[in-house]
Ligand binder design. Sequence first.
Ligand code: B1M
Length: 210
Amino acid sequence: MAKIDDVKANVEAGKTKLVPGLVQDALNEGSAAADILQAMVDAMGVVGEKFSTGELFVPEMLIAAKAMAKGVEVLKPHMAGDASASLGTCIIGTVEGDLHDIGKNLVAMMIESAGFTVVDLGVDVSASKFVEAIKANENVRLVACSGLLSTTMPALKETVQTIKASGLTGFKVMVGGAPVTAQYAEAVGADAYAPDAGSAAVKAKELVTV
Ligand code: B1M
């Protein structure tokens, strides 16, 4: 079995201690960092399906998430782009009521690699906390809001609308997360939507350089 397959299997099984070494082995074997990342994302997809069918429960999902996070730590230096240019500050967070952070962390990592200074507010971030952070930080050019649950999509809408109604300017608002679509982003008044971390970084750059 190629090491990259071992990475996928062990993220799925939540083998937190094994995954970092296996990611390193896959890199040593010549697998591209982006492919290893995709293998881990696929593993989380399987975990999600098994949760839906009642084969796995919340603790197993949590352990798999931890295993993936450990793997991402090893990948991070291999994913970095040219961060020499400063494109300004990006405030990022997962919206209120939502505790999912793996996707948000990947988006933060890619946006940082694209040349932004990233201020990560974490998970369960209220609309007012986003606004406070925009006020508290210098040169905010981008606000990135992540949401993974259909039940927290209203929080995503409230966040975008609160930020837009705050009267603060000089930045764009981007939204994303598994249940979010381009149509939804437009409907809630966001300036941009991205389906994944790579395209979020590309879109972020476009937003501040046009
Ligand atoms: Co939860 N969970 N979870 N969960 N969880 C999902 C999302 C779910 C789809 C599983 C399922 O039922 N199949 C389902 C949501 C269903 C729905 O709403 N439609 C679900 C549920 C129901 C729940 C709970 C309600 C379960 C319960 O308690 N009964 C509960 C809610 C807790 C809460 O948030 N209040 C819950 C809890 C958890 C854990 C805490 C156990 C854990 C999260 C741990 C953590 O994040 N630290 C967890 C996990 C791990 C998952 C799954 C299995 C994996 C999520 C993940 O990390 N994916 C997930 C199933 C799945 O996704 N298939 C599931 C990998 C990650 C790289 O992808 O996050 O989609 P993703 O990010 C992508 C894109 O979406 C995009 O780029 C990322 C990278 O390319 N993206 C952006 C994300 N943010 C973006 C922002 C952008 C642009 C792009 O711009 C700003």
